[in-house]
Design a protein around this ligand. Sequence first.
Ligand SMILES: [Zn+2]
Length: 59
Amino acid sequence: MLNEIMFVAVVTVFCNKCGNNKVKKIGLSPQGKQRYLCKNQECKKSFILDYTNNETLKK
Ligand SMILES: [Zn+2]
């Protein structure tokens, strides 16, 4: 089970390719992480917001 607390906080997500903050959620990765799609028509990168380096839910 995922720890839902980590998704409660509202965070501004920036595309890690172009820096655009207009991204939309497109579901979860196979690892259960939130995936995003950049709305920049010249970018359209899909990525996973990986800010969980410090958390130790999984080993
Ligand atoms: Zn982008």
